[in-house]
Write a protein that binds this ligand. Structure first.
Ligand SMILES: Nc1c(N[C@@H]2O[C@H](COP(=O)(O)O)[C@@H](O)[C@H]2O)[nH]c(=O)[nH]c1=O
Length: 157
């Protein structure tokens, strides 16, 4: 059974980057993965001063709106680095929060799809032809955590 998720308040909402699960990255605590991801767009760009505003945004929606502002200059390597940045942040989220780690592990080998009606990169888009990179990251993070648990159980036996 394929598992679809999208909004944080809907089923499997903990898979959304908008879910209220803080992550600490290089000593800084970010309220959601979305806050962190949106801020990374501006690291090293001439519009870097927006980063504290994104960090302080009261909701992930506000953080995303700031990060999506077309008036600002994104870092030049953004398209190259964005998938790796997202994976590191999503992995951190599931390593930090045991309860949602369980939710992820219990999905076993089910396919996970971000059911975004608009996003054909991170999600599947309205017609389900999108690349679903967020779902792919979640499945790869699930596998990485599973492997590391297997290794730690084995080394204790
Ligand atoms: N979950 C979710 C969204 N999806 C998220 O939006 C992010 C992509 O942002 P960008 O690269 O700026 O287009 C990424 O984290 C993706 O998972 N978008 C929303 O407006 N609302 C939402 O509830």
């Amino acid at each position: 059974m394929t598992i679809y998720f999208y909004k944080a308040g809907q089923p499997y909402g903990c898979f959304s980057n908008f879910s209220p699960h803080p992550i600490e990255m290089e000593g800084v605590c970010w309220p959601t993965v979305e806050h962190y991801y949106q801020a990374q767009k501006f690291v090293g760009s001439k519009d870097e001063e927006i980063i504290p505003l994104i960090h302080a945004a009261s909701t992930p929606e506000k953080a995303a709106a700031l990060g999506r502002s077309t008036a600002r200059a994104l870092r030049t390597d953004w398209e190259i680095v964005k998938t790796d940045i997202m994976r590191v942040a999503v992995l951190k989220k599931f390593l930090t929060h045991a309860q949602i780690r369980e939710v992820l592990l219990v999905t076993a080998d089910e396919i996970l799809i971000e059911n975004s009606p608009t996003d054909y990169f991170w999600g599947c888009g309205a017609d389900h032809t999108g690349e679903n990179h967020l779902g792919k990251i979640l499945m790869s993070v699930r596998e990485e955590i599973r492997q590391s648990l297997y290794i730690s159980v084995k080394s204790n036996t």
